[in-house]
Write a protein that binds this ligand. Structure first.
Ligand code: ZN
Length: 187
């Protein structure tokens, strides 16, 4: 018996919403974290035209292992081996220092599966949009610039995974960059 993908997708949304229930986005507006997951999943679904439901399901779940008590094994049992593998590919090892994790993301981006690359580009696009719309309290201009440069370094190594999505990222990056140029402290 194979479950229809739309059913798995609905289960994934409910699972992720429950796991991230107490988490908020870092920005001033402190949106519920599930808004980020919905945005990433939509970008992935649009980029793939719905042809690969497991990538969309993995997009919904992409932060569950990194940010919540969820284990890879739990994802494997509930959503299958490929979804769990895709999430594993986009999960940082939190036992490593932040800078090492960031360097590894850049290094791994080129070798990730196409599905994982698409999730990565969508994730970074969502994060840059959030940085522009509602920057986190305490993130000065330099910190936002550093994040932008790092996001570009990651996406530059996997942008061939999807041209449309890479263009979405470029648009978000350009918008953030021009807002930083207009920032008073840039003068
Ligand atoms: Zn994310």
């Amino acid at each position: 018996m194979t479950e229809p993908p739309i059913v798995t997708l609905a289960r994934a949304y409910n699972f992720a919403a429950a796991r991230h229930v107490r988490q908020r986005r870092k920005g001033e507006a402190a949106e519920p974290y599930v808004n980020h997951l919905a945005e990433v999943a939509e970008l992935v679904a649009l980029a793939t035209g719905g042809e690969d439901p497991e990538v969309v399901i993995a997009a919904v779940l992409h932060d569950t292992v990194e940010d919540t008590e969820t284990t890879p094994d739990e994802l494997r049992r509930a959503f299958g081996a490929r979804v769990a593998a895709l999430v594993a590919e986009v999960t940082d090892d939190k036992s490593l220092p932040k800078q090492t994790r960031n360097d590894l993301q850049v290094e791994h981006a080129a070798h990730a599966s196409r599905g994982a690359q698409i999730i990565k580009i969508a994730d970074k696009t969502s994060n840059l949009r959030a940085l522009l719309a509602t920057p986190p309290v305490g993130w000065d201009e330099a910190r936002r610039r550093t994040y932008l440069a790092w996001a570009r370094a990651v996406v530059d190594r996997c942008r061939s995974a999807d041209a449309w999505l890479a263009a979405c990222f470029d648009e978000a990056a350009a918008a953030l960059e021009s807002s930083l140029e207009l920032a008073p402290s840039a003068a």
